[in-house]
Design a protein around this ligand. Structure first.
Ligand code: SF4
Length: 316
């Protein structure tokens, strides 16, 4: 039995209520809950949690909190839409991948040209600058510096956008927010750890914004320069098992003796460790291994199974 299901369509919602009343129902951000009346409507239907619209300010969230006892959830990190959340069909139209089924190709971040309708195939450049034209490219949401405001507004759950991202991204961002959320809830002063900002800065070249939470999104929160993510680290491998500080690693990249690596592990501070040598499956000492190889290496204490290993890209 699932812990819950997330739905936006009232018909599907009622189907679950009738056929599986024991399942917790979360209302998706795609239902566009932007006001207290809407929250009360879903409460009346029996929802357990509301994932609020991304277009709300913190004051507006407080107004919703005041009228409902339902759990409230908001997005705190990741890509945000140029369109109204959940009402965008650009990706569905241009790439046959619907944002409404979690498959958005981020088409709003592509580089666009102008075409006069009678001159088919002739793309007239619209230069924003010499890197191209990214008129609809929003910066990414990042609320790590303001989590206590959201806690104070009555938010119960923080959501990180990442359905289409790799495990390297998801592990780094979730680990960082886990530490921040624990700090926000420990009752002491919320001191922002510079490590959090360093970690998050590895993942976005679009720059970050606080979205609508603190009021109208300023114009400079649109990134007209470039669209792509540039991660500063490569995923090297995943730790499959550990025994006596010897880790069995499934490689996702080439690894050479002498490389300096970081272990991405909950609660473990990121530090560089040099790989002097490794062993293959037959127990032979080797000095180089490739993607998909299984190797064995010594790891520092605190590293656990399922942790990730990453390496700074050369030149970063
Ligand atoms: S194409 Fe852009 S605006 Fe549309 S759903 Fe995807 S991220 Fe959002």
């Amino acid at each position: 039995m699932p812990d819950g299901v997330i739905v936006s369509d009232p018909g599907i919602f009622m189907m679950f209520r009738n056929l599986a009343p024991e399942v917790n129902l979360h209302v998706s951000t795609q239902a566009n809950i932007t006001n207290a009346e809407s929250a009360k409507f879903w409460e009346g239907l029996g929802a357990k949690r509301l994932v609020l619209s991304r277009e709300l300010t913190i004051d507006e969230i407080r107004e919703i909190r005041d009228v409902t006892s339902l759990e409230l959830e908001v997005f705190v990190h990741g890509s945000i839409c140029i369109s109204y959340s959940g009402r965008c069909y650009i990706s569905s139209f241009l790439a046959s991948r619907s944002a409404n089924t979690g498959e958005c190709t981020n088409s709003c971040r592509w580089n666009y040209s102008l075409m006069e309708e009678k001159r088919k195939g002739e793309y007239l450049p619209v230069f924003e600058n010499d890197r191209g034209t990214y008129l609809m490219n929003s910066k990414d949401l990042c609320m790590i510096e303001h989590l206590p405001l959201l806690v104070g507004a009555g938010i119960d759950s923080f959501k990180i956008e990442g359905r289409m991202k790799g495990i390297n991204y998801v592990a780094g961002v979730v680990k960082t927010y886990r530490e921040a959320v624990d700090t926000a809830y420990n009752g002491k002063a919320y001191n922002i750890d510079p490590r959090w900002l360093r970690e998050l800065s590895m993942f976005s070249s679009r720059g970050y914004t606080t979205g609508m939470f603190l009021g109208k999104q300023p114009d400079e929160d649109y990134n007209f320069d470039e669209a792509s993510y540039k991660m500063s680290h490569d995923l090297v491998g995943v730790i499959l098992e550990i025994k006596d500080n010897i880790a069995k690693v499934g490689l996702r990249n080439r690894l050479d003796a002498g490389d300096e690596l970081e272990y991405l592990s909950p609660g473990l501070e990121e530090k560089l460790f040099k790989i002097d040598s490794m062993q293959n499956n037959e127990g032979e000492k080797i000095f180089s291994a490739r993607n998909e190889d299984i190797i064995y290496i010594n790891v520092p204490s605190g590293v656990r199974a399922n942790d990730l290993i990453r390496r700074k890209k050369s030149g970063e």
